[in-house]
Design a protein around this ligand. Structure first.
Ligand code: EPZ
Length: 419
């Protein structure tokens, strides 16, 4: 396993720029299956999940080429396959996004069921039910979803939960279904709005993205864009400002969208941070000389994001008093809590809630990240723990963070990596 060796404690200071949003580029790359001419995506993060999606699109026949460090050219005109194989889908759940577009392009598709992950089963039942309502016929056989779409039908679909993936997947699929499809109880995350923006610029009439009701007037053919810029990654940016505050330092993240960070900024201010923000930067520094305890419930946007929960748990491990974190999205997303205990954190988990009693300090030890944000959280803890913390499982981190080690080192972190 790849690992980071981190020497703490350090106070981070300086400025980093945000990468492009992993959770916006993945659905937009999938939507390009609906195209038949090349598109140049800019501000694409060089992270493993993007590499996996590139691999999948290539298997389908797409020509893909990096035209610059973060500029990716995709040519879907040569797509000639409609099977998404297990070995790819099992690596990345977002592969499911290709099912609807393949159905609209070929009238059929075979996509493997995705695996689970460290924080429990990651079902796709809402996706499949919605596709059925749009006219798909789905059969499950030997771990594959064998789908056909003989007569695409606009529909009114009420989601059981404000699922990001389901909202995006059904909105994208409905883009080529003539008539009006209405999605109710939609996710409102910025990545939903970004995907809608891409589709609107492709000629689809979409109203209500970012609210809980989205109306899609599908078109027979997209008017193909030739280029599109990906929005900044709010969770990456949130990770750096939280790291800065956790270490008692001062960190500015540029090239980000502060409006997408409001739920995180609100909680950092409540914890004692002073926050300055412009239209594309956030600067966080301590307002007081202690971190105050918090009560947090993760919720769909604009609630506090579950993808920032692990990073906040690291911060609250050394806050003053008792903090409570309740997971409203993934009840068992707490693998990182048991690793933080190895550093001396006092945390009790009674799912879906964690109780964190702040301690004076953490002490360096060996820990292992089990998933993307959990690994980031353990690195944040290593920055404040006294001595050396070895964080194993950096493979998870690389799925969603570009140049994490270099960016932290530019802020003063002392990190050696195994590779
Ligand atoms: C997206 O996952 C993100 N991934 C996740 O980020 C993020 O944690 C999650 O949204 C919540 O914000 C991408 O965008 C690629 P959901 P997604 O559908 O779409 C249940 C990261 O760190 N559910 O909103 O899979 C599900 O189990 C990753 O970047 C069903 O039951 O999340 C969960 O409890 C981790 N059936 C809840 O809904 C379904 O068919 C919300 O999931 C779909 C979801």
């Amino acid at each position: 396993m790849k690992y980071f060796k981190i020497e703490g404690p350090v106070k981070l200071k300086g400025e980093v720029s945000a990468q492009g949003a992993k959770n916006a580029v993945l659905p937009i790359m999938s939507a390009i299956i609906l195209y038949d001419t090349p598109v140049l995506l800019s501000n694409v993060p060089q992270v493993v999940d993007v590499f996996t999606m590139i691999e999948l699109l290539k298997i389908l026949g797409t020509k893909v080429e990096w035209k610059g460090k973060n500029d990716l050219l995709l040519d879907p005109s040569t797509i000639n396959r409609y099977t998404a194989p297990y070995e790819i889908v099992n690596q990345m759940r977002a592969s499911i996004y290709v099912l609807g577009p393949l159905l609209m392009k070929f009238g059929k598709a075979a996509v493997s069921f995705p695996g689970g992950c460290a924080f429990g089963p990651r079902p796709i039942d809402y996706h499949l039910h919605g596709l059925t309502l749009l006219g798909a016929n789905l059969e499950i056989d030997r771990g594959y979803i064998n789908a056909s779409m003989k007569s695409p039908t606009p529909a009114e679909i009420t989601l059981n939960f404000k699922s990001v993936g389901t909202t995006i997947h059904l909105m994208t699929t409905a883009s080529l279904i003539e008539g009006e499809t209405t999605l109710i109880n939609c996710a409102q995350e910025p990545e939903v709005v970004a995907t809608a923006d891409f589709l609107i610029k492709s000629g689809v009439k979409i109203e209500g993205a970012g609210t809980n009701v989205i109306k899609v007037k599908g078109v027979r053919k997209l008017n193909n864009l030739t280029e599109y810029k990906i929005i900044p990654d709010r969770i990456e940016a949130g990770t750096y400002i939280t790291a800065g505050f956790t270490t008692g330092g001062e960190v500015m993240v540029t090239g980000c969208s502060p409006i997408h960070l409001e739920p995180v900024i609100a909680k950092l201010k409540e914890a004692g941070a002073s926050v300055e923000r412009g239209n594309d930067y956030v600067l966080v520094k301590p307002r007081e000389n202690k971190i105050k305890s918090l009560q947090i419930e993760t919720q769909p946007f604009p609630g506090f994001p579950t993808d920032m929960q692990p990073q906040f748990m690291s911060m609250l491990s050394v806050a003053e008093g008792l903090s409570i974190i309740k997971e409203g999205i993934y009840p068992n997303r707490f693998a990182h809590a048991f690793e933080l205990q190895r550093l001396g954190a006092k945390i009790k988990v009674i799912e879906p809630t964690a109780f964190i009693e702040g301690v004076e300090k953490l002490t360096g030890a060996e820990v292992a990240g089990q998933d993307l944000r959990g690994s980031a959280a353990l690195i944040l803890a290593g920055l404040i723990a006294e001595g050396i913390t070895t964080v194993f499982g950096i493979e998870h981190l690389e799925r969603g963070y570009e140049n994490f080690q270099e960016k932290l080192q530019s802020l003063g972190a002392k990190i050696q990596s195994s590779s």
